[in-house]
Design a protein around this ligand. Sequence first.
Ligand code: DQA
Length: 144
Amino acid sequence: MAHRVLVLNGPNLNMLGTREPQTYGSQTLADIEKMAIAEGKTLGLEVTCRQSNIEGELVTWIQQALGNFDAIVINPGAYSHTSIAIHDAFRAVALPVIEVHLSNIYTREAFRHHSYVSPVAMGVICGLGATGYRLALHALAEKL
Ligand code: DQA
């Protein structure tokens, strides 16, 4: 049976394409999700994509992933830097998680240098744009 991977995107990532394209690229979230689903197929992964601007909704989806998904890829957006609730949800479900950021958060403002998700992630990819999501799926295909 194909491994099931949940790809989550957090706040403001629905604005990709028009949001600061010099930082986040010109691809829309729909482009990235389409690519992730197609890439997943080539790797034998069944990819489901969701986006929310609401912290609690992301927490609920992480909780509900238990028993329904084998791993999670998440770009938590700004919640990376603030959300103990998302950190705790990942600890609670103990599923393999790969954290992705389009931009290199370490070359940007100091407030982006810390992520609450990184300590509960299997791996972290940042600075490679949409390629990061593809690489995350490749890593999961090898490790699951
Ligand atoms: C981001 C980086 C975050 O600091 C920022 O708040 C985002 C996007 C990225 O993909 O580079 O919304 O997660």
